[in-house]
Design a binder for this molecule. Structure first.
Ligand code: SF4
Length: 271
């Protein structure tokens, strides 16, 4: 019998968020992306997510030539963040007469029965190179080596090479970290981390995508819930489904206070 969330003749999309949860815990992928269970979220986290979405929206509108002055004047922190980024990286905002430049650029690739999907905050393609730009509305919490291992980096670079004329060594991904509103009078200026790419990394990513998609197809073919991660790996302590999975003793402290997800675990809302 077909699972209720699998429609005949439809191809499942796999984004970086899907791949990340699939690798951590297939059951969490099932609850989050196949069954769309909602979980309580800290209002402060929701507000930061709203602010991040607004930042992305303004950057896209500005790129399309739409007016944003009223929005920036109404939100001083947003205005400071956008203007700080424009001042820190003016080269990102000049026209590309010999290339291609687009905000919120979507790429999709059919791979092993799935639709691998990425939405780049900004893509800049020249005749012999390309940069993927991603805005992060929190302050540089991750080191370069860790960022290079994240599924967002790996999938975004893989998709660009597979859907363009460029070799791995000709593409890169740059994360720009922009300070969210804080009580600080002078938040840190925007900073960036650039990840280069190689043919070896490209082959590793392809092999991991093959492994994960094969595994997902096998799991979906079974009439059972997707497997849970081993409790000893420690992921359940930060998971919003700990009660549903009967691993709640790991999720609640002695006082019974809920462990809320980290901001980096909250997906940005697609525009
Ligand atoms: S509580 Fe643990 S087993 Fe359950 S979905 Fe979360 S990570 Fe997976």
């Amino acid at each position: 019998m077909l699972r209720p969330y699998l429609r005949p003749f439809s191809m499942l999309s796999l984004t970086q968020g899907h791949l990340r949860l699939l690798e951590i815990c297939p059951r969490r992928y099932q609850y989050t992306y196949l069954e769309h269970h909602t979980v309580p979220t800290d209002p402060a986290v929701l507000e930061r997510q709203r602010w991040g979405t607004e930042f992305h929206r303004v950057m896209q509108q500005r790129d399309l030539g739409l007016p944003v002055d009223d929005v920036l004047q109404a939100d001083a922190a947003l205005g400071a963040a956008v203007n700080g980024l424009l001042a820190a990286a003016p080269e990102l905002f000049v026209p590309q007469p010999e290339g291609f430049r687009q905000s919120e650029h979507r790429r999709t690739l059919t791979f092993n029965g799935y639709a691998l999907t990425a939405i780049y905050d900004l893509l800049i393609v020249g005749p012999t190179s390309a940069q993927i730009i991603d805005w992060k509305t929190y302050q540089r919490p991750t080191e370069q080596a860790q960022l290079a291992k994240e599924w967002q980096t790996r999938l975004y670079l893989y998709l660009l090479v597979e859907t363009s004329h460029l070799a791995p060594e000709q593409v890169s991904m740059t994360y720009w970290f922009v300070a969210p509103p804080t009580a600080q009078a002078a938040p840190a200026p925007p900073s960036s981390i650039t990840i280069a790419y190689t043919a070896t990394q490209h082959r590793h990513t392809e092999a991991d995508l093959q492994r994960l998609t094969d595994q997902l197809s096998d799991l979906l073919a079974m009439e059972a819930d997707l497997p849970q991660v081993e409790a000893g790996q420690g992921y359940c302590t930060q998971c919003p489904f700990a009660v549903r999975c009967q691993r709640s003793s790991e999720r609640y402290g002695l006082e019974g206070s809920l462990v809320l997800p980290a901001i980096a675990d909250i997906a940005e809302v697609p525009l």
